[in-house]
Ligand binder design. Structure first.
Ligand code: NAP
Length: 238
């Protein structure tokens, strides 16, 4: 019997990553998720049979801001499936921080979390993605690279680097059985906004971003880069 398709989502215990996990779980995918907080992974697992009754969830506790954490999770996935249909680089640390006044470790941490994790995971899992024929590498960027909002310069810089990484990897994988897509969400209602005064009605929902990811993966066309923004009030009236 053909095994179900598999997807791995970095940082999938809450927010956009969790919504992506559930959308693919509802399609019967085997879903691999890694994050740092055991309680949130356990909560996801506890609700999984009701949310995604035909899917197997495999959680893993790791700090993916480290190379060792990425390699440990990749080895775990590698030991369980012979092919990986989708790898989603969802992990991303979001916090205010200026380039000149922010503490130097913050910029290094943004790069470790938002850029290097994608690199280490892709290198380690590329063989499994190639086996999927086609495999799909989905990278979650941010509109911060187009809007460059103050005071998010340090975060935006790391997302710029991630976009450049995506474009380089896309060229290196051109003509192979591994598709690549950058999905750039606009502001989305997740714990990233905890403590920040914002009108929820002006934000995307994580579920909507997850649906876009699912549509991109299901498409027969090649989506290179896609930006998803909430409709500005009134702009749907024309
Ligand atoms: N929310 C927005 O407005 C927005 C807009 C544009 C783009 N994005 C991008 O969308 C992606 C998801 O954002 P989100 O708002 O959904 O984030 P979130 O709600 O903060 O969730 C982040 C997820 O990543 C995990 N995580 C964080 N640091 C980790 C680490 N070092 N190792 C392993 N797991 C880690 C978290 O679990 P633990 O904390 O337990 O590890 C959690 O599962 C990010 O790439 C972000 O840049 C978000």
């Amino acid at each position: 019997m053909t095994p179900p398709p598999a997807i791995a989502i970095s940082g999938g215990s809450r927010g956009i990553g969790r919504a992506i996990a559930e959308v693919f779980g509802q399609q019967g995918y085997t879903v691999f998720v890694a994050a740092r907080t055991p309680a949130q992974l356990q909560a996801l697992a506890a609700g999984w049979p009701a949310t995604c009754p035909t899917s197997r969830l495999v959680t893993f506790c790791a700090d993916l801001a480290t190379e060792a954490g990425c390699l440990a999770w990749a080895a775990h996935i590698d030991s369980q499936v012979s092919s990986l249909q989708v790898l989603v680089h969802n992990l991303g640390q979001f916090a205010p921080g200026d380039l000149l006044t922010g503490p130097p470790p913050q910029l290094a941490h943004f790069f470790a979390t938002n850029v290097f994790s994608a690199h280490y995971l892709t290198q380690a899992l590329l063989g499994r993605l190639r086996e999927a024929r086609p495999g799909h590498l989905v990278t979650i960027g941010s509109v911060a690279t187009t809007d460059w909002p103050a005071p998010l310069h340090a975060y935006a810089l790391s997302k710029y680097a991630l976009e450049a990484w995506h474009r380089g990897v896309r060229k290196e994988l051109a003509g192979t059985a591994v598709k690549t897509t950058l999905v750039r969400p606009g502001a989305t209602l997740t714990s990233s906004w905890d403590g920040i005064a914002v009108d929820p009605a002006t934000l995307l929902t994580p579920e909507r971003v997850a649906q876009v990811v699912a549509q991109v993966v299901a498409a027969t066309e090649d989506f290179e880069e896609i930006t998803v923004r909430p409709l500005v009030a009134g702009s749907d009236k024309h």
